[in-house]
Design a protein around this ligand. Structure first.
Ligand code: SF4
Ligand code: SF4
Length: 137
């Protein structure tokens, strides 16, 4: 098991798709009128009639808040993010999580499924994971 360490890689690789109804609910939760929501947050190139796709900015989901080179990405709609984002689970087999581990922590997943790398890097990473866990409780 690999808890999500909020590297933001998965929020950069995918175009989040949702039903029209879900998009409308998201606009409501944000307190944004539908027309403004379409202009600011939806990809106007998406041809779907019953579905919508979130816009990206600089190759990332429009709702990902992550300064350049920060190890930590924040979803600005975490409390009511789309169902496809809620269903996404982190894990050692996910190439996105592996990429984030490598890019931000200089770590990898060994053949035994455990985190591999320099002891100091592993220590830093575990401290970070603990701080996230504390924050969530
Ligand atoms: S809505 Fe949030 S969780 Fe989903 S891709 Fe965008 S930033 Fe990531
Ligand atoms: S790639 Fe994995 S660790 Fe990074 S934010 Fe996504 S689920 Fe979390």
């Amino acid at each position: 098991m690999l808890p999500c360490f909020r590297c933001g890689v998965c929020c950069s690789g995918y175009h989040v798709q949702m039903s029209l109804e879900e998009a409308r609910r998201l606009a409501e939760r944000l307190g944004v009128g539908w027309l403004d929501f379409m202009d600011d947050y939806l990809d106007e190139r998406w041809p779907g009639e019953d579905t919508r796709v979130l816009r990206q900015s600089a190759g990332r989901c429009i709702f990902l808040d992550q300064p350049a080179d920060s190890v930590f990405g924040l979803c600005r709609v975490h409390e009511f993010k789309p169902s496809s984002c809620r269903a996404w689970m982190s894990g050692p087999d996910r190439k996105e999580c592996r990429q984030g581990l490598n890019r931000y922590w200089n770590l990898s997943i060994g053949d035994d499924g455990r985190i591999a790398g320099l002891p100091e890097d592993i220590r830093c990473f575990n401290t970070f994971i603990d701080s996230i866990a504390r924050e969530e409780h």
